[in-house]
Ligand binder design. Structure first.
Ligand SMILES: [Zn+2]
Length: 620
């Protein structure tokens, strides 16, 4: 295979794609004026089709002549017709025929926990696409039989009771029955976790166990023995604290685990992510793995990371300490610091568990948050902050407006996260102050719980993306993976387009659903603003980073329920092929080091990572 460094690539796209051409020589075969002319035409067409949508039946028909892309180094050099682009090829140019498969800009997840998940991916059994509880339990049993002493089985997020044919959760007795000897931890959304008997034993949790948790509790039987069921009330931190007590992979295993996770994401067409860190991910101590991969040049998903305050009441100390060692925008195109949040102070965090009543932010929130905001704005840190409910949004925005006045807030590309129940006035307020909104498909995992608590009418209005679009605020989509939502971006795109939850229940009326172009734009071009990389990525356009996915089926024309099945057949990041399968398998990069042999991933598969071989025990 050719060496891609310093090479140029030409690839065709759209409905009539024919070639990808990888050129190891220089791109000097075209005349500059012609290139500039073509660039202008195609830029206009591409940005028109990506930004305005409803009248545009399909990307390809909007720009029928753009069927090929030339890549030089890590950037897109030209976009045009096959004839034009192929005319740029030199003798060393390599060509790959895409056979007319759909090509899109690499996807950008604007809200996820990719760094933490990289360190854990190899250890997790994923239920994201499991259709029934019976299948889930069968997988647990099979994994229990192949898990060596000292290892745990963990099912951590990505699934919902709504997706199971039985429409019910497992019981602790069922989990104990399929896994009597191996410690098992299963997390369901934000509200509960099960630890089987072996896990309780391994952690020394018995009737004498003192619960340090201020919120949440362990269920106990009549004799005071913990049953293994742990509940959030509604703060899920106790559930995560229990998980944090389980054994971890060593550093080299975490490197391998992360590479496999990134490959799975590439296999879904994802090439960039904004990382919200999450609890128990301390900067810089817990960033060793990603820093090492970055240093080795082995990172295949670009990451902009935000720093998440870890210690309630000591948040300002965290940010002051971090400000001495890193600054916003510091790093490179693969790994850079992009701001602070989504946890700025613990008291400003409204928990999004819809099976509990809406939590009221404590009175002390303003006095906790004010000095943190003052410090961050004075030091020009873009912020992002978690906010689920309208009531919390009002208090948070009032304070941000007051503290941010005359501090250049509007230039900071700050981010309002989530916003399931926010009003039009609140969205417009965010837009007026120069903020953007990052929305996710969490509601698709909690449809039944939300309807049970707030009713059908409220469900029709929840996470009002169409209104957010009208508010004028920059908008980007994400998953909030991995402990609640799945990391599979196509589940989020399917939710936005279909308006359906994971169990197939309708959430929105037709008027609230997004058309396929808008839904995709929030995952591509629109995402770049959120890391202050506008114009640099998210579009197939000359001068942008060559982050591109070749899909295994055409997103714009497949039946709606097939959107959840979409994968990439080939993915390029910075002009390098980082993932290739099916007809492009010959272009695949060298295989990764293997996961530990007890890892559930190769046997059961995970989104973007198919199960292998005759032992394939996956449910689907
Ligand atoms: Zn959040």
């Amino acid at each position: 295979m050719a060496i891609y460094d310093g090479s140029s690539t030409i690839l065709t796209w759209g409905d009539v794609l024919k070639f990808i051409v990888l050129q190891s020589g220089e791109v000097g075969q075209f005349s500059e004026p012609e290139l500039r002319l073509r660039r202008k035409d195609v830029e206009d067409l591409v940005s028109a089709s990506l930004s305005k949508s409803s009248q545009t039946p399909s990307l390809a028909s909007a720009i029928p002549e753009a069927t090929a892309v030339a890549i030089s180094g890590d950037q897109i050099a030209a976009v045009g017709t096959d004839k034009y682009i192929l005319g740029l090829a030199g003798p060393g140019t390599e060509k790959i025929d895409l056979g007319g498969q759909r090509v899109i800009p690499g996807l950008i997840d604007s809200h996820t926990y990719i760094i933490r998940q990289g360190n854990n991916f190899a250890m997790e059994l994923r239920w994201d696409h499991v259709p029934s509880l019976a299948d889930g339990l069968r997988m647990l049993k099979a994994q229990a039989e192949r898990t060596p002493a000292g290892q745990w089985i963990r099912v951590v997020g990505g699934w919902s009771v709504d997706q199971f044919a039985e429409r019910r959760l497992p019981t602790i007795d069922e989990i104990n029955a399929v896994a009597p000897d191996v410690p098992v931890y299963v997390l369901h959304l934000y509200d509960r976790a099960w630890l089987n008997k072996a896990a309780l034993r391994a952690l020394g949790i018995d009737k004498h166990f003192y619960e340090p948790f201020v919120s949440g509790r362990l269920e106990r039987d009549d004799n005071g023995n913990p049953t293994g069921l742990a509940m959030a009330r509604p703060n899920a931190q106790p559930l995560y604290a229990l998980l944090d007590m389980a054994p971890k992979l060593d550093f080299e295993q975490q490197i391998t685990s992360t590479k496999h996770y990134f490959k799975a994401l590439n296999g879904l067409g994802l090439t960039s992510a904004l990382d919200c860190a999450g609890g128990f991910l301390n900067y810089p101590d817990d960033y060793g793995v990603i820093a090492e991969l970055n240093k080795r040049g082995e990172q295949t998903v670009r990451i902009g990371y935000q720093l998440f305050a870890q210690r309630p009441l000591f948040e300002l100390d965290d940010f002051k300490r971090w400000n001495d060692v890193v600054k916003p925008d510091e790093g490179n195109d693969y790994l850079k610091c992009v701001g602070a949040g989504e946890m700025l102070v613990a008291s400003a965090y409204d928990f999004e568990d819809f099976s509990y009543p809406r939590p009221e932010l404590p009175k002390r929130m303003e006095s906790d948050l004010r000095p943190v905001l003052e410090f961050l704005f004075e030091n020009r840190w873009p912020i992002r902050f978690h906010c689920t409910y309208e009531e919390s949004a009002h208090r948070l925005l009032s304070l941000i407006e007051e503290v941010g006045q005359n501090k250049g807030l509007e230039e900071l590309n700050w981010i309002f996260d989530h916003g399931e129940t926010i009003s039009e006035g609140t969205m417009e307020w965010v837009a007026r102050m120069g903020g953007g909104i990052s929305y996710q498909n969490r509601i698709a995992f909690q449809t039944t719980a939300y309807r049970a608590r707030y009713g059908e009418d409220a469900l029709r209005e929840v996470m009002p993306v169409k209104k957010m679009m009208a508010s004028g605020a920059p908008l980007a989509a994400g998953t909030d993976a991995t402990r609640v939502s799945s990391y599979n971006p196509w589940l989020a795109i399917h939710w936005a387009v279909s308006g359906k939850g994971r169990g197939g229940d309708a959430i929105w009326d037709a008027a609230n659903r997004l058309d396929r172009h808008d839904a995709l734009r929030h995952w591509t071009a629109a995402g770049a603003w959120f890391s202050r990389e506008q114009g640099k990525k998210g579009q197939i356009k000359p001068g942008q980073l060559a982050d591109i996915a070749v899909l295994d089926r055409d997103y714009f024309t497949v039946a709606e329920d097939q959107i959840t099945e979409i994968e990439a057949d080939m993915t390029l990041v910075g002009g390098k092929i980082v993932y290739a399968k099916a007809g492009f398998a010959a272009h695949a990069p060298a295989p990764l080091p293997e996961l530990p042999d007890w890892s559930p991933v190769p046997i059961f598969g995970a989104p973007g990572a198919a199960a292998h071989g005759p032992n394939d025990m996956a449910a689907e």
